[in-house]
Design a protein around this ligand. Structure first.
Ligand code: HEM
Length: 394
């Protein structure tokens, strides 16, 4: 009988379940909250291998034709397609995400971070760190990179929450998807009328000057960058602060030894991976892993969080080791779909944790660990809210 992943207790702490599944084998059948049965890959070596195996494809060897115009406009992005489309779409934006281009954004990211930290409520009252910091920082950055107004962020935060939230929001999904597509089409129309020096204008120019990008692909690309640009980084910051504050000695160590911040961020990525399972693959033919064969055309989830806790790969896998010397986690994926935004996410997190620890060394959790609510769904791992008190600013 496949395991049921709809249980909120699973999301509150999925680690014991993954650990026992890894012991049983590298792959198993699970039943998702939607009722769909899928195969889940649980161990590190098999997960890493699957991420580079073209038999785990995005369309199972068939051209997928989503039925509605809205679905089409959201599903023609690089993360939803195989080569050669994937190669073409990724190449169009990869220059904007190189480590050098991202490093050039440092002063602007530092300024946004400082502004948000300045605005923390004074007087010691509890506030939500997700709302005040972990969410607005990456959304502001990705909006500036794309060249779109950050004022609309609360609207697309709500839509995007529903779109990535899976079955928990099934009824609201069509409305949110339509609103998001309409919003992106409006942005494109505005930029077409008044081009600027931003990524959005650049993409519009590619679209309008040849046949290397369709209109659906353009809308999908903006959709992917907007969603991937903030739904994940908010959780890296939120999960990291949670891991630090829930064991005070970790927080104090990072405040005392800021040189550890880059290694600590890799450990947050490993331990509470913001992307819990990679996006769906479909087998294009039968694939044998260990003693089990996944049939052709089967949906497959690659368990990144589970792989990142594999005792066979990580010594003391169940411990948070802030200065872990080697950390080859799969939190950004692997292979052709390896996260395009990894340098940006790492830079944002470094600036965020440097700012938080230096400005608010007295930051403390303002809720019992058992009262923290984790978001439902298997795709993203993150907290809805993270109540904290600021302590005395430094
Ligand atoms: C792909 C994780 C931040 C853009 C991916 C994948 C993962 C991932 C696991 C591969 C998914 C798969 O193979 O199914 C993360 C994490 C982040 C983060 C953990 C933050 C901590 C970002 C940011 C951007 C971004 C800031 C910037 C826009 C993308 C894009 C892809 C991707 C465009 C698709 C790449 C492709 O298909 O070739 N990300 N991501 N990500 N990510 Fe990120």
């Amino acid at each position: 009988m496949p395991d049921n992943l709809a249980d909120p207790a699973f999301h509150a702490n999925p680690h014991p379940a993954y650990a026992s599944w890894r012991r049983e084998g590298p792959t198993r059948k699970v039943r998702l909250a939607s009722g769909l049965e899928a195969w889940l890959i649980t161990r590190y070596d098999e997960a890493r291998q699957a991420l580079t195996d073209p038999r785990f494809s995005k369309n199972g060897g068939d051209d997928n034709h989503p039925s509605s115009a809205i679905d089409r406009a959201l599903s023609r992005h690089m993360l939803a397609v195989d080569p050669p489309d994937h190669t073409r779409l990724r190449r169009l934006v990869s220059a904007a995400f190189t480590a050098r281009r991202i490093e050039a954004m440092r002063p602007r990211i530092e300024a946004i971070t400082a502004e948000l930290l300045d605005a923390f409520p004074s007087g010691g009252a509890p506030f939500d760190l997700i709302d005040a910091f972990a969410f607005p920082l990456p959304i502001q950055v990705i909006c500036e990179l794309l060249g779109i107004p950050a004022d609309d962020r609360d609207a697309f935060r709500a839509w995007s929450n529903i779109i990535v939230g899976g079955v928990a929001y099934r009824d609201q999904f069509p409305g949110a998807a339509a609103a998001m597509v309409g919003y992106i089409q409006g942005l494109l129309a505005a930029r077409r009328a008044e081009p600027g020096d931003d990524l959005l204008s650049g993409l519009i120019q590619v679209r309008d000057s040849g046949d290397s990008l369709t209109e659906d692909e353009l809308v999908s690309m903006v959709f992917l960058l907007l969603i991937a640009g903030h739904e994940t980084t908010v959780n890296l910051i939120g999960n990291g602060v949670y891991l630090l504050l829930s064991r005070r000695e970790r927080w104090e160590r990072l405040c005392a030894e800021p040189a550890l911040i880059p290694a600590a961020i890799e450990e947050f990525l490993r331990y509470e991976s913001p992307v819990e399972t990679a996006t769906f693959r479909i087998t294009s033919e039968p694939v044998t892993i260990g003693d089990r064969t996944i049939p052709a055309h089967a949906p497959v989830l690659i368990g990144l969080l589970s792989a990142n806790h594999d005792e066979a790969r990580f010594p003391d896998a169940a411990e948070v080791v802030l200065d872990r010397p080697q950390n080859p986690h799969l939190a950004f994926g692997h292979g052709i779909h390896y996260c395009l935004g990894a340098p940006l996410a790492r830079l944002e997190a470094q600036i965020a944790f440097t700012g938080l620890t230096s400005r608010y060394p007295g930051l403390a959790l303002a809720a019992a660990e058992s009262d923290l609510a984790w978001r439902p769904g298997l795709l993203l791992r993150g907290l809805f809210t993270l109540p904290v008190t600021p302590g005395q600013p430094a």
